[in-house]
Design a protein around this ligand. Structure first.
Ligand SMILES: NC(=O)c1ccc[n+]([C@@H]2O[C@H](COP(=O)([O-])OP(=O)(O)OC[C@H]3O[C@@H](n4cnc5c(N)ncnc54)[C@H](O)[C@@H]3O)[C@@H](O)[C@H]2O)c1
Length: 440
């Protein structure tokens, strides 16, 4: 018989994880302190705009329930995943307060449990947190011993917003940090039944798993900053083109093409903060980690480079159109989003901003966006009204929409194409395209 799963925290990651598990035939009990998220799941209403979420909820509603009562959920389940926030402190380290609050409720429920229950933390925590804070709290509150009466794992997932369900159910890597072999065995078996591919399942001790989680994201951010360093170099050297350079580099299998395009800075709720957290771990242990610091510095200075480039082409009181305001396609998340940051910088300099972003348009009225950013309903509308356009998205489907908008225009339009998606030969002559990372 399949195990019953509890998921504590039904936010951007937790709700999608809970539903993904339910879609594989498990009974899932979701827990959140925010009642409207609980009610949404129980009534079959999607509270996230994650692709596929609404459809899965409709199809597998009978496999998932939600409650605000964590203790009841633990009593009914065999494995509990904790997916609550771990907000960043000023120094870049993560706070454990929400995890420890969840642990308090779990520990109380464990007091009464006779079966072996595995608690798995998915939230990103600082290396050392499991051994120093989370496990001792669980043992103290439950009056039970880890590895004998209950199990503990640190089990972060490597998913990207906009692709959470797909990434979670067909991961490249399943990372299991285990306090004891029995807990690791239970979690490994769970994943073998859950996923639809054959990923590498890597089991290790807790500290190695905590470091691996941060190291993986930081490796990717380093690669992005490296590509963006080349973007700036190619932008300055006559005849150079970053797409040609990184395109060739990526063919070397030691390097690979992924995250090596060169274009805009990285953003979102994970990459920037995980990178800073690695620096913070180093500082705490009096070790300098200059690569993580340089990656972050390049990321920030790259944004200034992009903004300066835009300003170079702007006339006073111009209207700027931004296609893609969120940190990436398929999401309404604005955390550390280049599109939004560019808009904010230009607003400060009194430029008018129009933006197009499909996921945001669907959420108008439910999401807060600076009133000075006017959302257009279509790409064509934006193109017609803007003097200069910045394309922050890589979605090729916008090419035809931009072209249609340009055809109806008489004035010359400057387009800054961050990821070089626009084929100049197909655009009307009135468009001047500036490719980021390609000298003009
Ligand atoms: N969003 C991502 O793509 C992603 C990817 C990898 C890792 N993570 C990590 O996962 C964790 C959660 O991220 P998120 O983006 O889902 O956060 P979120 O803020 O979107 O959601 C967290 C949810 O937890 C709930 N919550 C808080 N305290 C609770 C408690 N004691 N009991 C029950 N529910 C509680 C909140 O109400 C909220 O619904 C973070 O540590 C984050 O770093 C997120």
């Amino acid at each position: 018989m399949k195990k019953t799963i509890a998921v504590i925290g039904l936010g951007k990651l937790g709700a999608s994880i809970a539903l993904s598990i339910a879609s594989r035939g498990y009974q899932v009990v979701g827990v959140d302190v925010v009642k409207k998220r609980v009610d949404a799941i129980n009534s079959g209403t999607a509270h996230l705009d994650e692709p596929g979420y609404a459809q899965l909820l409709k199809k597998y509603k009978q496999n998932i329930t939600a409650t605000t009562d964590a203790r009841k959920a633990i009593e009914q389940s065999d494995i509990t995943f904790i997916v609550v926030p771990t907000p960043s402190h000023k120094n870049g380290s993560f706070a454990n307060s929400y995890v420890l609050q969840a642990v308090k409720n779990i520990g109380q429920a464990l007091q009464k449990k006779t079966s072996f229950h595995v608690v798995a933390v998915v939230s990103t925590v600082m290396p050392g947190s499991s051994i120093k804070y989370i496990l001792p709290a669980l043992e103290k509150i439950s009056h039970k011993r880890c590895g004998i009466d209950f199990g503990y794992c640190y089990n972060p997932t490597f998913v990207a917003l906009g692709n959470v369900i797909q990434n979670y159910l067909s991961p490249d890597l399943v990372l299991i940090g285990e306090s004891d072999i029995k807990s690791g065995d239970i979690l490994e078996k769970f994943y073998q039944n859950l996923v639809i591919n054959r990923p590498q399942i890597k089991r290790m001790n807790l500290i190695n798993a905590e470091i691996t989680k941060l190291a993986l994201n930081t490796y990717i951010t380093t690669k992005i900053s490296y590509a963006n360093m080349l973007t700036q170099l190619c932008d300055a050297l006559p005849g150079a083109d970053v797409a040609v350079v990184t395109g060739a580099l990526g063919h070397d299998l030691r390097i690979g093409h992924k995250y090596l395009s060169g274009g805009l800075p990285y953003g979102g709720p994970c990459f920037p903060r995980d990178n800073k957290a690695l620096t913070a771990v180093g500082k705490k242990h009096r070790i300098r980690l200059p690569l993580a610091q340089a990656t972050d510095r390049i990321n920030r200075s790259h944004l200034h480079f992009v903004i300066k480039k835009i300003e170079h082409y702007l006339i006073p009181s111009a209207t700027v159109g931004i296609i893609g305001l969120t940190y990436k396609e398929n999401t309404s998340v604005l955390d550390e989003a280049s599109g939004l940051k560019i808009a904010q910088a230009l607003i400060k300099k009194n430029y008018s901003i129009k933006a197009y972003n499909l996921p945001l348009i669907k959420l108008v009225g439910r999401i807060h966006i600076d009133k000075k950013i006017e959302l257009c309903q279509t790409v064509e509308e934006l193109v017609q009204q803007a003097d200069l356009i910045i394309v922050t998205t890589r979605t090729k489907e916008y090419v035809s929409q931009i072209t249609r908008g340009l055809i109806k225009k008489v004035n010359n339009t400057i387009i800054i194409d961050s990821w070089r998606i626009l084929p100049i030969e197909k655009l009307p002559k009135s468009a001047t395209v500036i490719y980021l990372g390609k000298s003009s």
